[in-house]
Design a protein around this ligand. Sequence first.
Ligand code: NAD
Length: 496
Amino acid sequence: MLADTIMLQMALMAALALRLFIMVLFENAESVPQMGDQLRDYLSLYFQSAWPLTSICLVVFFLNGFYTYGHFYQGRYKALMVIQAVSLGYLLYTAMVYFVGSTLVLPRSVLAVSWLISLAALLGARMWVQIWDAVMHRESTLRPFRSGGKRKVLVIGGAGYIGSALVPKLLERGYDVRILDLLLFGEDPIAPFSRNSRVELVRGDFRHVENVVQAMRDVDAVVHLGAIVGDPACSLDEALTIDVNLSATRMIAQLAKSAGVERFVFASTCSVYGACDEMLDERSEVRPISLYGHTKLASEKVLRQLTDATFSPTIVRFSTIYGLSGRTRFDLVVNVLAAKAKIDGEITIHGGDQWRPFVHVDDAANAVAMILDAPIELVGGETFNVGSNEQNYTIHEIGELVHQQVVSARITADNGGADKRNYRVDFTKIRNVMGFKPQWTVEMGIRQVLEAIASGDVVDYQQSQYSNFKFLTETGTAELAGDRWARELIRDLRDS
Ligand SMILES: NC(=O)c1ccc[n+]([C@@H]2O[C@H](COP(=O)([O-])OP(=O)(O)OC[C@H]3O[C@@H](n4cnc5c(N)ncnc54)[C@H](O)[C@@H]3O)[C@@H](O)[C@H]2O)c1
């Protein structure tokens, strides 16, 4: 308001000065001795007119939402609003002078020039503020860490479905990456980048403190994706699931905090919403209905308890993921329905009316990378649903989308053993705060899976490497048995 006052008064002063200057320049010599009188007249005109004109304009500006950030003023037509309000202010002033009396009458040319200068100044100032904001915002989003300098990220579970999509994106963005992973599903997921000099692998169990301490050295941020993932896999061994998904998360977060690692991104899931017919956002009640969901929700709680000025974790609740990555999973609904339709000629729908949000694995990875790029003030201590409002579907609708691309496949229903989870999720927060917008649609993801099968990249989608439940059932949970190190030590001693 003060800036607008100054600009309006300066505009009037400039217009009067310009008129005086032109008079001096072009009037004949006889009138020059009267210049002193003219200057006095102009000054008194300025002092009489400036405040009424400024006051009227400020009232008009106020009523147009300039100082209360009104809806229209904030919108796309801000420049038009400014032009309209300034013009209206000048018109009202002119009308007032006409009705009230002649002492405040400004020459018409002065009024016109003052109006033009006011317009230019008020519009220019607002444009400048916007340009400045954009530059500052860009700078702050380009500066990933408050401390600046080093950019090394520890990705725990970096050899999994999401991890193998995330690591290349982090490398592209200039981060160095360290992966801590037991490589439960082999080395293939990380083969495309394992020889990159900016990638380090710590192969080990993240439940072991020494592995985490070693992996945490000199890192600026931690992304924790490691877990036993999915309801069926988690139900195999309850104690092991709690150990891997919850106890380890607390230990890792405590170590990150004591190592001074402020940025911590934790992979949670929309499964925490359980079963509900309402549209759910980050503030909605959470009611997980599986052990998997409970371990994720409990981990979120632990992280919030640890949050303070030195430790600002960000929780991402992923939608159900689809599409291909270095470790594609075929135990997820879009991928498995597409593969089954193409290979077995059948689309088997379990239940069908349950709502579920979906997001492509590449978009999920992008969301994590964007969070790492963002100023900590924007994302620290926050929870984000990751997905998009447009990709909430019922399982039946997913079946239909697959059918549109594999028309020869039969749709069959199987109501036994249907997954009871049912949630429609709102993703406005991540869109508004981060500008996150998925690049993939479910249709594109289905096509991607079908092409991978057609090209022979995926031969048998039922292999255990593609399914967490099958893999853990077939290999047993020996890889993850808590006392594995002890057994290995005994074996080594026996062998030596
Ligand atoms: N894929 C989805 O649809 C989905 C949806 C919501 C949330 N999430 C979450 O995202 C994260 C990643 O999911 P994903 O689909 O990539 O899972 P994934 O099973 O493909 O990957 C998990 C990775 O963790 C590793 N791992 C497991 N236990 C370990 C241990 N004790 N020590 C070291 N490494 C270990 C595995 O080797 C694997 O590489 C998980 O936390 C999951 O809960 C996934």
